[in-house]
Design a protein around this ligand. Structure first.
Ligand SMILES: *[C@@H]1O[C@H](CO)[C@@H](O)[C@H](O)[C@H]1NC(C)=O
Ligand SMILES: *[C@@H]1O[C@H](CO)[C@@H](O)[C@H](O)[C@H]1NC(C)=O
Ligand SMILES: *[C@@H]1O[C@H](CO)[C@@H](O)[C@H](O)[C@H]1NC(C)=O
Ligand SMILES: *[C@@H]1O[C@H](CO)[C@@H](O)[C@H](O)[C@H]1NC(C)=O
Ligand SMILES: [Zn+2]
Length: 397
C-alpha cells in the first residue's frame, strides 16, 4: 500500500505532546501521565502513563525499529523500542500461536530512510508502536490539510508553532464531532448505568455544584479509570503497544492498546473510541473518553467547556452562576482548579473549547504557565480555532 492510501485511512491518531490518536481529524485522547498524579490509594500506575518522547525533528529522525521475520516471511515491526519480548508476543497475537524461539529472526534498523514498508505494515496491522509520536506525525500531516512536509523518513516535520496550531484545530474538529452526537441518547444510556436520580438533578441550575459532586462520585464508581489491568484476573497487564485499528475491525476506534496478562497468558485490548456509545457500553476509559462523555451530558443543559491540558490530561468546566467551575470526571472532583498543581504538574498550555470558541485558560490552572512556553504560539492558534468554531456554530446566544 502506498503512502497516499495510508493517508486516506479513515482512522487516525493524534497528538498532543502527543500521546494521542484519533479518528478523522479527531484529536487526541490524552492519557494522564505518571503515578504521582494518583491521589487515591486504589489507583495503580500503569506503564502507559509515561510521557511520550518528543517529536522527531528534522535533524534527528532516527527511530529504532525492530523487525521480526517468521519462516513464512511474515514480518512484524516494533517502532521505537527494541523489546524482543513485546514483538514476539505481538507476533503470537497475530499468528494465533506462540512461535518457537529458533524460528524468530530479529533485525534492528532505524527509521531514517523512506519507509514504504513501514507504511504498509502499519496498514496491514503488523506494526506495533510503543510511543504514539511517529504515527501521530504521520496523521498530523493529514489534519493540516495535507500540507505537511515530509522529511526523508516519510515523517512530516513539525515545529512547536505548527503543532500548536494543528492541535487546536484538531480539537475544534473533535468538538464539532462531539456536538453531533445524539446527546439525548447518550443521556439515556448513561442513565441506564448510573441511575435516573443521579442524572436528574444535573438538569437544574439549582444547587448544581452539589449535584455535580454527587454525580462525580457516582460516575467514577461506574466508569473507572482504565489502568491496564487484566479484565479476567485483575492483575496488572503488560502494555505491549498501540496498533491502529484496521478498517472494519472495530468501527470508531481510532487505535487499540494491546496488553498481555502474564498470569492468564492472554491478550487484552483497550479500544480508544471516538464515539460515546461504545464507551458507555464498555465502561472503559481514561480522561479522554470520560471528558467527552461528561461534556456531552452537561452540555445538554448548561454551558460546558472541554478543557485540554497539552501535557496529558482532559477535563471539563460547567458554568454555574456566571463562573466556570472545574469538574474532573476521572477523579470525581468538582471545583478545584489547584488540583493539578497539587499533583505536582507543571502546566504550560491549557485550552478551553466550547461552542462559542476557544480560550487559553492556562493561568487559571497553572500560575505563570504562559511563561514556560517556548515557541508555542498559543494566542494565534486560539484565534484560528475560534474562527473554526464560529463558522460551525455561528454567534449563538
Ligand atoms: C537522536 O536520536 C537518538 C535515538 O533516538 C538519540 O539517542 C539521540 O540523543 C538523538 N540526538 C539528538 C541530537 O537529539
Ligand atoms: C520488554 O517487554 C516485556 C513484556 O512486555 C517486559 O516484561 C519487559 O520488561 C520489557 N523489557 C524492557 C527492557 O523494556
Ligand atoms: C538490536 O539492538 C539492541 C540494542 O542496541 C541489541 O541489544 C540487540 O542485540 C540488537 N538485536 C539484533 C538482532 O541486532
Ligand atoms: C512547520 O513549520 C516549519 C517552519 O516554519 C516548516 O518548515 C514545516 O514544513 C511546517 N510543517 C508542517 C507540517 O506544516
Ligand atoms: Zn489475567
Amino acid at each position: 500500500m502506498s503512502l497516499t492510501s495510508f493517508l486516506r485511512l479513515p482512522f487516525l491518531l493524534s497528538l498532543l505532546s502527543l500521546q494521542i490518536y484519533y479518528a478523522f481529524p479527531l484529536p487526541p485522547l490524552p492519557t494522564r501521565s505518571t503515578s504521582i498524579l494518583s491521589n487515591s490509594a486504589n489507583e495503580i500506575p500503569s506503564p502507559i502513563h509515561r510521557r511520550s518522547t518528543p517529536l522527531p525533528s528534522s535533524s534527528n529522525t532516527s527511530v529504532p525499529l525492530l523487525t521480526l521475520t517468521l519462516p513464512s516471511n511474515q514480518q512484524y515491526h516494533l517502532l521505537n523500542s527494541l523489546n524482543h519480548t513485546k514483538l514476539s508476543l505481538f507476533a503470537q497475537l497475530k499468528t494465533g500461536s506462540s512461535i518457537p524461539k529458533e524460528n524468530l529472526q530479529f533485525t534492528n534498523s532505524t527509521l531514517s530512510s523512506p519507509q514504504v514498508e513501514i507504511t504498509s505494515s502499519y496498514n496491514s496491522g503488523n506494526l506495533l508502536v510503543t510511543s504514539s509520536t511517529p504515527l501521530t506525525s504521520f496523521i498530523l500531516s493529514q489534519n493540516i490539510h495535507q500540507r505537511g512536509s515530509m522529511s526523508d523518513s516519510g515523517i512530516p516535520v513539525y515545529n512547536e508553532k505548527n503543532v500548536t496550531r494543528s492541535t487546536v484545530e484538531t480539537y475544534c474538529r473533535r468538538l464539532i464531532c462531539l456536538e453531533s452526537e445524539d446527546k439525548e441518547k447518550v443521556w439515556k444510556e448513561v442513565e441506564g448505568v448510573v441511575g435516573r436520580e443521579c442524572l436528574e438533578n444535573l438538569k437544574s441550575k439549582h444547587k448544581l455544584k452539589k449535584s455535580l459532586q454527587h454525580f462525580g462520585s457516582t460516575f467514577k464508581s461506574h466508569f473507572p479509570y482504565y489502568y491496564g489491568t487484566c479484565s479476567k484476573c485483575g492483575c496488572k497487564s503488560e502494555f505491549l503497544g498501540f496498533k491502529v485499528t484496521e478498517e472494519g475491525e472495530e468501527m470508531k476506534s481510532s487505535r487499540r492498546e494491546i496488553y498481555f496478562c502474564g498470569e492468564c497468558r492472554e491478550f487484552d485490548f483497550f479500544e480508544r473510541y471516538n464515539t460515546l456509545l461504545p464507551i458507555i457500553k464498555s465502561r472503559r476509559g481514561r480522561c479522554g473518553e470520560y471528558s467527552m462523555l461528561t461534556y456531552t451530558l452537561l452540555s445538554l443543559y448548561h454551558p460546558t467547556r472541554w478543557i485540554i491540558d497539552w501535557n496529558d490530561h482532559v477535563w471539563i468546566e460547567v458554568e454555574i452562576e456566571d463562573e466556570w467551575i472545574h469538574f474532573d470526571p476521572c477523579e470525581g472532583i468538582v471545583d478545584d482548579k489547584d488540583l493539578y498543581r497539587k499533583w505536582g504538574k507543571v502546566g504550560k498550555v491549557v485550552v478551553a473549547f466550547w461552542r462559542k470558541g476557544v480560550e487559553d485558560v492556562t493561568g487559571e490552572y497553572f500560575e505563570g504557565g504562559e511563561e514556560r512556553r517556548k515557541g508555542e504560539e498559543v494566542e494565534e492558534a486560539v484565534v484560528l480555532g475560534g474562527d473554526i468554531l464560529r463558522e460551525e456554530f455561528g454567534d449563538e446566544e
